[in-house]
Design a protein around this ligand. Sequence first.
Ligand code: PGA
Length: 278
Amino acid sequence: MRVVILESAAEMTQVAAKESLERCGLLAPKRGKRLGRLVLGLATGGTPVGVYREWIESFRAGDVSFQSVTSFNLDEYVGLPTSDPRSYHAYMREHLFDHIDIALENTHLPDGCAEDLNEAAANYEWQIEEAGGIDYQILGIGTDGHIGFNEIGSSLASRTRVKTLTQRTRSDNSRYFDSLEGVPRMAITMGIGTIMSARSILLIASGEQKARAIRDAIEGPVTSMVPASVLQLHPDVTIMIDEEASRLLAHRDYYRESEANRIRLHDISESVLERRDS
Ligand code: PGA
């Protein structure tokens, strides 16, 4: 697990945006290498908004194209039509899709209004598989340690399905609704197994309210009581957080030193490649 601690939420957002574009090969290529089709897993919520804003700016500056991207979102509320401004379908259009060159027919979110939700969930899994699996998954984390809407007790092997939201999640998300009562009680979400099948994962979090979940996810035992802790078993996970979210970590200095060494090694191999290319 790579843990990157940045000074502020703004810095975390900028670094996450730049790194994700680079890792996905979406930036203008340095050495004439561009990836073919890319399957991106996308998240909603407050945290990714800034990352999407940065992506849009890079697109407007002509540095990035999303034409080769197919996307799959983590989750959608059950019962909110896609036209509802609080649905994640609407969120994605507002915060990303309407502002970049991604083909809308290549974007996917679970259908929270399907007549048969189990069938819609199975179909979503099938679509991800058909697309070749997720190359790069962006994740947030709930204050209770959820990823996607995989709440406490979610099977660590679960695939896309309907989940009941905890009171805590409904209360955290009530800021987007008129009242707590108005927050849907269920969601259709990629499972933990679905998320773990992604080839590479970037989890972003900021603020003191996330400090406990971040500590439990990184330094606690792997347990379905903290769904994000399962990421300890994934071979390619980066957790990018600000100072406040890192506050309860016992080994902050070690993570900082590891990251400084990683950057040093990366710089050395870049300069070797540049010498070789010249
Ligand atoms: P947030 O949500 O970015 O709005 O804090 C994160 C999550 O619930 O996954």
